[in-house]
Ligand binder design. Structure first.
Ligand SMILES: [Zn+2]
Length: 246
């Protein structure tokens, strides 16, 4: 095989391996990411509960205002009671007094109900706060294992990067930039095997002329249909290449 083509076949293999780390990294992070999402959702729930507690407090304040108002009213009624002269005035005051007392009762009952609801919400928020502590422990553990696994992955990545540098050093920059240009769109199918006279990238049959050019390997040949770089291969190599390109 042509030396430059051989370099490109090697290079495309290394690039495929380098790319294969992305899904691995995502998988390693998956558990950690889901725990972080769980924590954020729980924090959001606590915040919502806090808002509900605050709204209930506003309602409590309003009831307390009603209580203050009606207590004052009762004091005034008590004073007026001493100055009352007619039966009619007395009846009118009694009615007012009943209303003020009724308002007080309603407001007091309302406060009890509201405060009970506040207590329920608070208990719920505290329960969630406890789960957050659990989740944080899980996050810590997941971070440790991500770190350990990432260290292994980084080591492998460094090894591959060095291999890549060595391989790139074996070809001229023109060949490499030609490959990079195709890789921009063809990604991991930039250099494809030819088997049974068909391009391993677009699977279109090559003409006899192109096919013999590929087989002679004097120069770098690209597929006239899709533009990928072609190399001759046997059945086994062809199978492997297609599997790793997925
Ligand atoms: Zn093609």
């Amino acid at each position: 095989m042509n030396k430059h083509l051989q370099v490109l076949v090697e290079l495309s293999k290394i690039d495929k391996q380098i790319d294969s780390f992305n899904p691995k990294i995502a998988l390693v992070r998956k558990e950690l990411d889901s725990k972080i999402a769980e924590k954020n959702a729980t924090l959001q729930n606590i915040q919502n509960l806090q808002k509900q507690i605050d709204t209930l407090q506003l309602q409590v304040n309003e009831s307390e205002r009603v209580i203050g108002e009606n207590s004052k009213r009762l004091e005034e009624i008590a004073k007026k009671n001493q100055e009352v002269r007619t039966e009619k005035e007395l009846r009118a005051l009694n009615i007012e007094e009943d209303i003020a007392k009724e308002n007080l009762n309603v407001a007091n009952e309302e406060i009890v109900t509201l405060q009970n609801r506040q207590k329920e919400k608070l208990a719920e928020a505290q329960k969630l706060q406890a789960t957050i502590e659990e989740i944080e422990k899980g996050i810590e553990e997941a971070e440790k294992s991500v770190q350990a696994e990432m260290q292994l992955i980084n080591k492998e990545q460094e090894k591959l990067s060095e291999q890549r540098r060595n391989v790139v050093g074996k070809a001229d920059s023109k060949t490499i930039s030609f490959y990079e240009k195709i890789r921009r769109w063809a990604k991991n199918t930039s250099v494809v095997p030819v088997f049974k006279q068909a391009c391993g990238g677009c699977f279109i049959r090559l003409s006899d002329k192109t096919y013999s050019e590929v087989l002679s390997s004097n120069d770098i040949v690209t597929c006239p249909h899709c533009g990928r770089i072609l190399f001759p291969s046997d059945r086994q190599t062809y199978k492997e290449c297609l599997e790793t390109s997925l």
